[in-house]
Ligand binder design. Structure first.
Ligand SMILES: Cc1ncc(COP(=O)(O)O)c(C=O)c1O
Length: 429
């Protein structure tokens, strides 16, 4: 077995000792490698990559993305401001919120970013407010679940669905690509959509779909690409197709994930045919988050308590779902390694966090023998780790370190009690 406890030649135990735990650590080289790989997979198309800010929004990560030539995908006004502060121009930023009031859309229009609209109510307001003076992109919901259900009824299941994550993402209704999910404008409403566009002469410059990563596979992707290309005939001002994010990353050694290179080659063929037919070099946008940063991030934690209850050996660590919510929220599997004792005998433990809840981080894990004080490394923690963290139990959120050019740099400082109390207003009780 190999142990990845060094990043750019820096020892992670030493980093944990230097900065304290719990600690998020990111490897800039790994992020760059992922970006370059992604770009190489789609090198044959007019590609624009808009990094999904929500996955890991530290301003230094955003600056790194900018330096690597990416744009930004944002879902709140605050994320737009973060992007602008990181040096992105408004034209490089797309605003793809979900369930947002129209005032926020107006604010985003004023800030000059690309607008994505995902419901008829806001589209109508957009038309009334701007007519054809501002362009927008439409987020569609291609309703493809029915195709998949049909296949399944015939005994075919090619969806590669990660069933553990499935229900939490989409409310038990199995996919964001069906007309009962809250996302996008269902194609069953296409006539209504076109009626609003025509009534206000709205300039639609982009078509967008995003598939949650739990359902992403090449076959579905290509199917949707064809649907999108086919729909383009209704939108004379179209300049780009935005395929969102949703690419999976492996969490276990044998996890099957989409072969992005193969997908890119297949896509390129359809794209070239389509562009030739229309004599136009359409832009292809993607909004990857997880794919670029998940594997580049580690949560380092200290084993505070090792205890046995009944037949279970527990390792209690100084973090929990307030810092990494994915195991508890999605039953997500994050590999855990004892980087302090990599030669110890392998034993089965349940790794638990320190919240007053069940707070499992990993059940029945084989770890090299854990002693109190050891440092455990939780992998795949770059995406939706710190960005979903909270101060639950009045705990501090972890600091963050970026390994850049062989040096460990603090990019978020340790919180203090002032951060916990800052916005509380004490009144006379
Ligand atoms: C519209 C949109 N784009 C991009 C993303 C990023 O997805 P991922 O991090 O899985 O690539 C999301 C995630 O929810 C999203 O909703």
């Amino acid at each position: 077995m190999t142990y990845e406890y060094k990043l750019q030649k820096l020892d992670l135990v030493q980093i944990a000792n230097q900065f304290g735990t719990p600690l998020y650590v990111y490897d800039a080289e790994k992020i760059k490698e992922r970006i370059n790989y992604f770009k190489s997979c789609f090198s044959g198309v007019n590609l624009k990559v808009k990094y999904a800010t929500k996955s890991l929004s530290n301003i230094n990560i955003l600056k790194l993305m900018k330096k690597e030539g990416l744009g930004l995908d944002t879902v709140s006004i605050q994320e737009i401001y973060l992007g602008l502060k990181a040096g992105f121009s408004p034209e490089q930023i797309v605003f793809t919120p979900n369930i947002i009031d129209f005032d926020s859309i107006k604010e985003a229009v004023e800030l000059g970013v690309s607008i994505n609209i995902e419901n008829l109510s806001n589209l109508e307001k957009f038309g009334k407010e701007y007519g054809n003076t501002k362009a927008c992109c439409i987020r569609l919901n291609p309703n493809i679940l029915f195709e998949i259900e049909k296949q399944k009824a015939n005994g075919i299941d090619r969806t590669n669905i990660n069933k553990e994550h499935y229900s939490k993402i989409d409310d038990g209704r199995k996919s964001v690509w069906h007309n009962q999910s809250k996302f996008g404008i269902s194609l069953t409403l296409f006539d209504e959509l076109m009626e609003i566009i025509n009534r206000y002469q709205i300039c639609v410059n982009g078509l967008h779909i995003h598939a949650s990563h739990v359902i992403m596979n090449a076959e579905m992707f290509m199917k949707n690409a064809k649907v999108m290309f086919d729909l383009s005939k209704h939108f004379p001002h179209l300049q780009y197709f935005d395929f969102g994010g949703g690419l999976m990353v492996p969490h276990k050694p044998n996890d099957e994930i989409v072969d992005v290179h193969k997908l890119g080659c297949e896509f390129e063929k359809e794209y070239n045919k389509f562009c030739k037919q229309h004599n136009k070099n359409f832009e292809i946008w993607f909004e990857p988050g997880r794919f670029l940063v998940s594997e580049a991030g580690y949560l380092l934690a200290k084993a505070d308590i090792v205890k046995t209850n009944g037949s279970f050996d527990f390792v209690g660590i100084n973090t929990g779902f307030h810092h990494l919510i994915r195991p508890m929220m999605y039953d997500a599997y994050h590999e855990i390694i004892n980087i302090s004792n990599h030669k110890g005998v392998s034993r089965k433990y349940t790794v638990v966090g320190n919240l007053c809840e069940i707070d499992n981080m990993g059940k029945d894990r084989m770890l090299n023998e854990v002693n109190e004080g050891d440092i455990l490394m939780i992998k795949n923690a770059g995406a939706y780790g710190i960005s979903m963290a909270s101060n639950y139990n009045s705990n501090y959120r972890p600091p963050e370190v970026l390994i850049l050019d062989g040096e460990a740099k603090l990019i978020r400082k340790q919180e203090s009690f002032d951060d916990i109390i800052r916005n509380m207003i004490e009144i006379e009780i």
